[in-house]
Design a protein around this ligand. Structure first.
Ligand code: ZN
Length: 353
């Protein structure tokens, strides 16, 4: 394992971040190149824990001579976000200076212009320099895995339809509970990588990207950071790497993915009709029927008629749930993966800002 560091100079004097990048060199030049990063949203640590144990496994493989692919791992991709704190609470999702989500505003370029990402870097603010260097590394790979997590959540992934169903092996290897098929319409890291490949020949969009993968994995919830869980997840990602010929492990055979894979349009974003104290009646992982009560919101505590109920608009699987119990009007309560498209209007792109 070789370690290099990206140095990101701060936007004010006296500050610089130093980001470790771990490299494993493969023995097979035509094996797919791998890029794995975690905690782009700096407080989302299940992926960092996974990466820790995966690197342990990869070092062992290196000693045994079974690493076939060049593999880059960035176990904690966002030192800028990790350093942000506001009144004692870590703020790892948005850049406090610009209010920009650390997983948006990645440059949408053609892969053939990859080299331009690092040109005149000094013209960009620190967060953009970080983004340009991360996506530059990713575009040097064939299989790109961006490890995130949700709030309270099952394990699921956002996978562009251009990679499906080929990517079902990743879902099977990690034993995901669901896959959300996205339409590639945002500037999130994973979608900017796909965009660069789709438009490798500018003006000629490729609908299917065989042999490539760029995916956002939501490794359950923010608090799901435990040693045994992270080891199992690392073992899962190892199985995927073996299945794709990035490492040699003759003991790996993957089952087919049995979970639901639904388009983003089929995700019901359950929102709070009014503000209040939410009492959840159903949990993640449960299947609900149309009309089931999902939660009661106490809108006027202590008053007669002080509650309202929230019902399931259609049958589906509860994939995520908010962890805050004080909810604002129109605040997200749950994501429910359903068989049919939601009738609620969705703007193209990501489900959340
Ligand atoms: Zn995230």
């Amino acid at each position: 394992m070789d370690i290099t560091h990206l140095t990101i100079d701060g936007d004010t004097p006296g500050i610089a971040w130093r980001l470790p990048v771990l490299h494993f060199t493969g023995s097979k030049p035509d094996a797919p190149k791998i890029y794995i990063q975690a905690a782009l949203h700096a407080g989302e640590l299940p992926g960092t824990a996974l990466a820790h144990f995966l690197c342990e496994r990869l070092r062992q493989a290196e000693a045994e001579g079974t690493v076939l692919s060049d593999i880059i791992v960035v176990p904690h991709a966002n030192p800028i976000g990790a350093a942000q704190s506001h009144f004692g609470e870590m703020q790892g999702r948005f850049d406090l200076g610009t209010r920009t989500n650390f997983n948006r505003d990645f440059p949408l370029i053609s892969a053939r212009d990859r080299h331009l990402l690092l040109e005149n870097l000094e013209r960009y603010p620190a967060a953009d320099r970080l983004k340009r260097q991360l996506i530059h590394m990713a575009l040097g790979a064939d299989l790109v895995i961006d490890l995130h997590c949700d709030d309270e959540s099952l394990q699921y992934a956002y996978i562009d339809e251009a990679f499906w169903p080929e990517a079902a092996d990743l879902a099977a290897a990690l034993n995901m509970d669901a896959v959300l098929l996205s339409d590639g319409e945002s500037s999130a890291f994973e979608e900017a990588v796909s965009f660069a490949w789709k438009y490798e020949v500018p003006g000629e969009k490729k609908a299917h990207l065989s042999g490539k993968l760029s995916v956002t994995v939501e490794l359950r919830g923010t608090r799901d950071v435990y040693p045994e869980m992270a080891k199992r997840d690392a073992e899962g990602l190892w199985r995927f790497l073996a299945a794709r010929g990035a490492v040699r492990d003759d003991h790996v055979s993957l089952p087919s993915f049995a979970g639901p894979a639904v388009p983003l349009d089929n995700v019901e974003m359950i929102r709070a009709p009014q503000a209040g104290t939410v009492l959840f009646l159903r949990n993640i992982g449960e299947r609900v029927n149309e009309g089931d009560r999902l939660a009661t919101i106490i809108t006027a505590p202590g008053m007669p008629d002080g509650t309202i109920d929230v019902h399931a608009p259609q049958a589906g699987l509860i994939v995520t749930r908010v962890s805050d119990r004080l909810v604002r009007r129109r605040g997200d309560l749950m994501k429910v993966a359903c068989d049919r498209p939601s009738t609620a209007a969705r703007k193209p792109g990501t489900l959340e800002d």
